[in-house]
Design a protein around this ligand. Structure first.
Ligand SMILES: [Zn+2]
Length: 504
């Protein structure tokens, strides 16, 4: 069954100036050569996740076998083949025209050097001076692989504008949300996780992949109403050619990866869960990690009122994180209010926020000059002054105005979803390690990179239930806490529970 690359083409079309037919040819004709420095802790896992992520896209992948053990090359080859047997990876020295990715601190001129650094990554297209500050965790390897895949896509599709620019240097940590990865916390010793993964699609499968590689065990309830489908191969981080044929439940695909956990599968939608909890059938989870694709499902997930609700989001090339804490304010419904807000064009919104005329704002590649500030209000001038000398198209994101779309969240390509999952697991690590973060909302573009990510502390909407009915929420949480530690009922009949209305 040929892999479905329609999402990659759609995404590529939005960030290049090419029609899909041309882009398809371009992506299929792209060739990447991967070289691994075995001396870098975490390099092998980075390579493995990178190969698996790239194999969900079209194009040629080759592994430079120089100084690599045959068993490692064979492992990478088998992992890729499980995803797309029609495009086996090649083994050999780089060819002329290959994009060279060196998972190491040094590489030939023009290559992408990338290394995991603790829970984050460092990369450079230009310099041989990368240094790993601390040995990498599996989260660091996933972050490095996702970033390297984004850079590869940028080159293969010839992405234009700010998003197409190759980073001379970039460093980022999804735990500390800073550009200094080595300053992050160590993973907890004997880390135990008791939680629920809600939504095992593009983001959820990537979250499961990262968790499966981390030194963490415990108990996880896995929730998703659907079976794996052939079109998921191009966008998910778990499942390949075999799953496309067998079409197992998505919860089963995740359970097979999460071997260190005691897992239970619930093939149901989020809306059923509060009922199951209050009936004593599903244990109230302290931590819920979500990868959902609609505002409705997000609001349903909030009704669980767990101690922590960590929500990952994607919209084309954007990734986002919404982190809800025990007090429940702001809640996920504050981020995704039930009533549709009137849509304002992004340019109009930017015009209002900056005072700059639309005629200028639509010319994204133009540089913002001091002269453009003349005649604006003092407040607008102060707001814009730090951006003088930069491209106008970066303004919206820098001012935090590019919002992920409220509706129409769609599964993105695998490297975007994997990046969103690094934010989800990053927050999980922060909580587990007792690392305090000042943002409950994070957002950035995966192609432009987290150079100037949006990091904010959002407050609750006064009209939201979490404010208006705070007493009821507290009472629900108190009652659920009372039977949190009661033994679970036997799992017979639960593992394959599929409410009839949710049949795929
Ligand atoms: Zn709320």
């Amino acid at each position: 069954m040929p892999a479905d690359h329609s999402r990659a083409l759609l995404l590529g079309q939005n960030v290049t100036d090419q029609p899909q037919s041309e882009l398809a040819q371009r992506l299929e004709g792209a060739s990447v050569s991967i070289d691994i420095d075995l001396g870098i802790p975490g390099a092998v896992l980075t390579a493995s996740i990178l190969v698996r992520t790239l194999r969900r896209l079209p194009g040629r992948i080759s592994i430079d076998p120089d100084e690599l053990p045959t068993s490692l090359v064979e492992r990478l080859r088998v992992e890729a083949e499980a995803i797309d047997p029609d495009r086996p990876i090649a083994v050999g020295r780089p060819r002329a025209g290959d994009t060279i990715i060196r998972i190491g601190t040094t590489g030939p001129p023009g290559s992408l050097r990338v290394i995991p650094d603790l829970h984050g990554f460092r990369l450079s297209w230009a310099s041989n001076s990368l240094q790993q500050g601390k040995p990498a965790s599996a989260l660091g390897s996933a972050a490095a692989a996702a970033a390297a895949a984004a850079e590869t896509f940028k080159v293969a599709a010839r992405v234009i504008g700010v998003r197409g620019r190759r980073h001379r240097r970039l460093a980022w940590c999804p735990v500390t949300l800073s550009h200094r990865p080595a300053q992050g916390p160590d993973l907890p010793r004997d880390w135990q996780l008791d939680g629920l993964l809600l939504g095992l699609g593009a983001i959820g499968s990537a979250t499961a992949l990262i968790l499966s590689e981390l030194p963490v065990e415990g108990s996880l309830d896995l929730v998703d109403p659907q079976r794996f489908a052939p079109e998921n191969v191009g966008t998910y981080s778990l499942g390949g050619a075999k799953e496309a044929l067998d079409q197992p439940w998505k919860t089963s695909v995740a359970a097979s990866a999460l071997r260190r956990f005691e897992t239970r599968s619930w093939n149901a939608v989020a809306a059923y869960l509060p009922e199951l909890i209050d009936a004593g059938r599903l244990r109230w989870p302290p931590i819920v990690l979500t990868g959902l694709d609609s505002p409705d499902a997000r609001r349903d997930s909030q009704r669980l009122w767990p101690d922590h609700l960590i929500d990952g989001a994607t919209g084309d090339t954007m990734v986002g994180l919404h982190a809800i804490t025990a007090v429940g304010r702001p809640c996920l419904a504050c981020f995704f209010p039930p009533t549709a807000t009137p849509t304002v064009s992004p340019t109009r919104e930017l015009e209002r926020a900056t005072g700059l005329p639309t005629e200028l704002l639509v010319r994204g590649a133009e540089i913002l000059l001091e002269a453009h500030l003349e005649g604006l209000s003092v407040a607008h001038q102060e707001r814009l002054r730090p951006f003088v000398g930069r491209e106008i198209c970066g303004l919206a994101s820098a001012l935090g105005l590019t919002e992920l779309p409220d509706e129409g969240y769609r599964p993105s390509v695998a490297f975007v979803s994997l990046t969103a999952a690094t934010l989800v697991v990053g927050r999980l690590v922060a909580i587990a390690a007792g690392w305090r973060t000042a943002s409950n909302f994070v957002q950035y573009d995966t192609l432009a990179g987290p150079r100037q990510p949006t990091r904010e502390w959002r407050t609750a909407r006064p009209a939201c239930d979490c404010v208006q009915r705070a007493g009821v929420v507290a009472e629900v949480r108190r009652r659920r806490a009372a039977y949190r530690f009661v033994d679970r009922p036997p799992s017979i009949g639960h593992d394959r529970m599929t409410p009839a209305s949710n049949e795929a």
